[in-house]
Write a protein of this length. Structure first.
Length: 334
């Protein structure tokens, strides 16, 4: 198992006078106790581990606390209590100078609003965090050009934000956050302001980038379809607390609470169940290959006139067969 890049232990963010003293005296207060003391628990007793190279999606409805939590993880908002461990270092013990160093050199952040500097070109926007670090002009521009090429905007280095579409502006934001080569990448609803077609394209681009870069990612969304498409694991939040964490498959097939069951009830199982779950032993059947990590809905489109698909791992090594009847059975169930 990959090492934990980021861990939280009993993290709280409580708004209101005397919140810190109240939490010190009341280890796990419920909503009623908080309200009785005129306190609001925006983030309540969060425990999580994010593995190196993992896409960890935090989702929930508006007001669930997901954006507050991600800002606590980077200490853009100061948590009231708990531990946040980044490579084993407790960020809540770090002074302001240390946190600035970590954010500048080891964390990347992308938010819903692109926050590009309108008077700077694409090249200068992407190079901006490197100039803050003190990098020389030629070095930062070379790095910025590399990132612009990576996100598919080569040739637009001299454009200004007003000359770009919404999707292109978000690509600039992504390139800028990657310019510092972050170990940990926070994305807070980065695609939610985009039109559905552009949003889908940006999800494709995000997955392409991750396949190359293998960043450790904490991704915030309120869209379950987006979550199941992108996530290795998902944590669902409600009223500041995490109600269930698991793979998309686990959440849809084994919801732990009525809230999670309601959240996932309209999701087709074929969209979340991976080919590996239905793979059976057997030699090559002559059908086209499909990766074990692919979703059943993707695999279903590959059946031609045959009855099986050859299942392979990421390196193309044969793992077994996927049978048409098993796929049909699953799709009939939901």
């Amino acid at each position: 198992m990959a090492a934990h890049k980021l861990s939280c232990r009993h993290v709280w963010k409580v708004f209101g006078e005397g919140a810190k003293a109240f939490l010190a005296a009341n280890r796990s207060p419920d909503e009623a106790a908080l309200a009785a003391n005129h306190l609001v628990g925006a983030v309540r007793d969060i425990n999580l581990d994010v593995a190196e190279g993992e896409i960890f999606v935090i989702m929930g409805l508006s007001g669930s606390g997901k954006s507050t939590l991600v800002r606590c993880l980077s200490r853009l908002i100061e948590p009231t209590s708990g531990e946040i461990l980044f490579n084993g270092e407790n960020l809540l013990s770090a002074d302001e100078r240390r946190m600035i160093e970590i954010r500048r050199h080891r964390m990347g952040m992308v938010f819903q609003h692109f926050a590009l500097l309108p008077h700077l070109s694409v090249l200068d926007n992407v190079a901006f965090p490197l100039s803050i670090q003190g990098a020389g002009r030629s070095a930062r521009e070379a790095r910025a050009r590399e990132m612009i090429e990576l996100v598919g905007l080569g040739g637009r280095e001299g454009f200004f934000p007003r000359q770009l579409s919404g999707g292109q502006q978000q690509r600039v934001g992504i390139a800028r956050s990657l310019a510092v080569e972050p170990e940990l990448w926070f994305l807070d609803e980065p695609f939610s302001a985009l039109d559905p077609l552009i949003r889908r394209e940006m999800q494709d681009e995000f997955l392409r980038l991750q396949s190359k870069l293998r960043k450790t990612i904490v991704f915030i969304t309120h869209d379950f379809d987006e979550a199941i498409r992108l996530a290795d694991r998902i944590a669902i939040m409600k009223d500041g607390a995490m109600v269930q964490t698991g793979t998309p498959e686990e959440l849809v097939l084994h919801p732990g609470t009525d809230y999670v069951r309601e959240f996932t009830r309209d999701v087709a199982q074929a969209k979340v169940v991976r080919v590996a779950s239905l793979t059976k032993a057997g030699g090559p059947g002559g059908g086209p290959p499909v990766r074990a990590s692919a979703r059943i809905a993707e695999a279903a489109r590959l059946f031609g006139g045959g009855e099986t698909l050859d299942v392979v791992d990421a390196d193309g090594k044969p793992l077994g067969c996927l049978h048409r009847r098993d796929v049909a059975e699953l799709m009939m169930r939901g």
